[in-house]
Structure formats: C-alpha cells, structure tokens
Design a protein around this ligand. Structure first.
Ligand SMILES: Nc1ncnc2c1ncn2[C@@H]1O[C@H](COP(=O)(O)OP(=O)(O)OP(=O)(O)O)[C@@H](O)[C@H]1O
Ligand SMILES: [Mg+2]
Length: 419
C-alpha cells in the first residue's frame, strides 16, 4: 500500500530561525531611553518622553490646536535631533507663518507638503529623522488603495505602513487624526488598536484651556492629563492647574458650587462643579451636563430622589465643570450630588470645604483612592474642611484640614448644607 504523506507536509520546507522562540528571561529588558519633548505636559502624558520607534496618535476636534502643539514639540525636539514634519493640509508658507508667529527655532525641522505615502516613505528614508509628524492621517493616500483619502481602508493602510517605518527605522511618528462624528469618514477610533499611544486633545473652543489626555499607552499610564492654555504665542503649559482653576474663579458662596479634589491620571486637580436645579412648569425637564458623564448625573439624581427624598424629577438640571476639564472618575459623585442638592435647597456648601466620595445606588458613600494626596492638594490651596467617606480614613497628617467623615448621602447633606 502506498504511504500517505504526513499532513501539513508542505510546511516542513519552512526554515525556522534557530534562536526562536526565545526565553522571555533572555529578552533585553533595559528601558529604552526616551527623548524629552521639551514640553513637560506632553512628556507627562507620553509617560516620560517619546519612546524611540513608537507610533503616537493625537486626536482632537478641528481647530483645537493639534498642529500648533506638534509644531512646538517638533521645534524643541529638533534642538537635539532631526525632525521631519509632513503636512497634507497646509502649505509650506502656512506652516512657516505659524512657526514665525510662535517664535519657534526651526533649524533642524525638515518640512514637506505631501499626501502620497510612497513619497513620504522615501522622505523618511532620506532624512532619517528621529521624530516625524504626519498631519493629518485623513489626508494621506496609500497608492495601492483605491478608496478616497480619509476612508477606513485608507487610514488603516497608511497607519500600518507608518507603523512599519517606525519599527524598522526607530523613527518615532506622531499622527494627527481629526475626530469626526460621521460614520463614513474614519476617525481616530478605528486606529486606536493599531498604534502604541493614543492622546486626545480636548477643550472648549470658546475657552483658552486645552487638555491633552492619554487614552491608551503601551509605555505608561492612561488618563494622564497635560494642561495648556492657548495664547497668542501658542500653547503655554500650566504647571499648577489647581491654582489656576481656583484663581480664575474666585470661590463662590452661591448655592450649587462645590469644589472636588479629583485625580486624573497621577495628578490631583482641584476643580469646581456647579449645578443649577430650577423648576420646570412646562414640557419635559431639561438635563444638561458639561465635563461629567450625563448618565452618571441621571443616576445621582435618581439616588437623591429615592434615598434622600429630594423631588427633582420634574425640575430642569444643569451640571457644569468649571474650566472645561472632563472628570471621568466616580470619586466626583459626591460633589455632583451635593452641588445638585445645594442648588435644589438653595443652601450653599461652605466655600472652604472640599468634597470627595463615590455614591452608590443605595445612597451610601464609598471610599476613594489616594485620599491623602487629594486632601494634601486641597490643604495646599488653603481649604480648611473636607467631607470624606468614613471607610478608608487612615491616619493622615493634615494639620490644617478638619475632616468630616460620613457614611451616606443623607449624612453628607446634613453636614454640608447646615447653613
Ligand atoms: N494669530 C493667532 N493668534 C492667536 N491664536 C491663534 C492665531 N491663529 C490661530 N490661533 C489659534 O490656533 C488655533 C488653531 O490651531 P491649529 O491650527 O494648531 O489647530 P488644529 O487642531 O491643527 O486645526 P485643524 O483641524 O484645522 O488642523 C485656533 O483655533 C486659534 O485658537
Ligand atoms: Mg492642523
């Protein structure tokens, strides 16, 4: 009988590399040197500078300042190595004018107006820069892909190719991506899994604050914030955001205002939350939030209604985080609840008090992480009282802050709204 060839015979011709698979213990684990960008707030969100060969996506609404930020970063990076800036959206003159307006040093920045990926690949090989900027991914065209620039397949292919260049040449590449609401045009969302780091540049266009947030990072922690102010001479770093938020908005004694020591990423940040609850005599009650999650506010209002007995179901309610920051952590729940309760009762929370805690569905107040660091920040800014969850209080050295510990939302309201 004829012998059958063993299954998968064709694979036996593969020549495997002799040293693979490798033992993990034999892999070089030395941390790679990072390049500081010269912009501390940007370095912070990157996890301590630019990692060689990494691909970083910066997303943001149109006109928020993405090109400005990257040109400023390119300028300071170019003092210690070559930088290639590729723009598919602006003319050389436009970029030149911006650099002039921002007063930037541009000696080692190579500039190219190009959208064809083949040329871009050649430019990267020719200049061999340490860092390249591609502004923006939606304008770039991969010649082998027939669909229009900005389509899902185009941005995917272009990004894959750029990733290849980054890993092959060790060039760190920053990609700009416009956030688009229409499903037909590819936004940065479809690229998030492909790149090493995703940063979002946020802010209210009518205000000058800009927040750079880490959404994903293969080389550092996420939710890290970098805070800037957009001024005539470009983006200026804000080193002590708590001081700035508090200074710009003198502490209010009006009902509805509460200050929370929030932690976004690794940095404590004192922010004021404002609420307005007003009766609505006609139609469906309006609910509007800026800076906090809409659904979370709805949940907190339901808890206030059911567990505290505040009938605000038919009232309009507005909640706003002052300064244009977005607060994502549940530790701000209690401050949101108290701002709503304070406005509803028309009784102010003492203006030297900070409030922190997570609110549960049964009206209980749960502990938060890093309580001492939050309260230290508040103490540093001159706050004298803190309303905190009972559980989780350890011995803390806060000589200037009086702690009020509470277990439930009902107790919190009793303590904070005495006046
Ligand atoms: N002469 C100026 N003085 C002060 N600020 C300016 C000036 N020109 C532009 N700006 C600011 O810069 C912002 C635009 O920045 P930039 O072009 O970096 O944004 P972008 O996110 O790259 O926008 P796009 O989506 O168009 O690429 C403007 O919204 C404005 O606030
Ligand atoms: Mg731009």
């Amino acid at each position: 009988m004829e012998e059958k060839p063993p299954s998968g015979n064709s694979k036996s011709k593969l020549t495997l590399p002799t040293d693979f698979p490798k033992l993990l213990s034999q892999v070089d684990m030395a941390e790679e040197d990072r390049y500081p960008t010269g912009i501390n707030e940007l370095d912070r969100v990157l996890g301590g500078g630019v990692v060689p060969g990494s691909l970083v996506l910066i997303g943001g609404d149109p006109g928020i300042g993405k090109s400005t930020l990257l040109l400023q970063a390119a300028s300071s990076l170019s003092t210690s190595g070559k930088v290639l800036y590729i723009t598919g959206e602006e003319s050389l003159r436009q970029v030149g004018l911006r650099a002039g307006r921002l007063g930037l040093k541009t000696n080692e920045i190579y500039l190219a107006c190009e959208t064809n990926l083949e040329y871009i690949s050649e430019y990267i090989k020719k200049v061999s820069p340490r860092v390249a900027v591609v502004d923006s991914i939606q304008t770039m065209v991969h010649p082998d892909v027939t669909s229009a620039p900005g389509s899902v397949s185009q941005v995917r292919e272009v990004t894959a190719k750029l990733m290849h260049h980054a890993k092959e040449h060790g060039t760190s590449i920053f990609i700009v991506g416009h956030v688009t609401k229409e499903g037909t045009i590819a936004g940065p969302r479809v690229l998030e899994h492909m790149v090493d780091t995703v940063l979002y540049f946020e802010g209210d266009r009518h205000q000058s604050f800009r927040v750079l947030r880490t959404v994903k990072n293969r080389f550092g922690s996420t939710n890290e914030l970098g805070i800037f102010e957009m001024q005539g001479q470009g983006l200026v770093e804000i080193e002590n955001p708590s001081a700035m938020f508090m200074a710009r908005h003198p502490l209010s004694t009006a009902p509805g205002s509460v200050v929370v020591p929030s932690i976004e990423g690794t940095r404590p940040l004192l922010v004021e939350i404002q609420a307005l609850v007003s009766s609505n005599s006609y139609g469906v009650p309006r609910r509007m939030t800026t800076g906090v999650d809409h659904n979370r506010v709805a949940l907190i209002m339901a808890v206030l209604e059911k567990r505290v007995g505040m009938r605000m179901g038919s009232s309009d309610a507005y909640v706003n985080v002052v300064g244009g920051v977005r607060l994502l952590e549940p530790a701000v729940d209690l401050a949101v609840a108290l701002s709503l309760a304070s406005s509803f009762r028309d009784a102010a929370v003492p203006n030297d008090m900070v409030v922190v805690g997570e609110v549960g569905l049964t009206g209980e107040v749960r502990p938060v992480t890093s309580l001492e660091r939050r309260l230290k920040e508040a103490e540093g800014m001159g706050f004298k009282k803190a309303l905190v969850p009972c559980t989780g209080i350890k011995k803390m050295s806060l000589p200037d802050v009086q702690l009020y510990s509470i277990d439930t939302l009902v107790e919190a309201i009793e303590v904070a709204l005495q006046g």
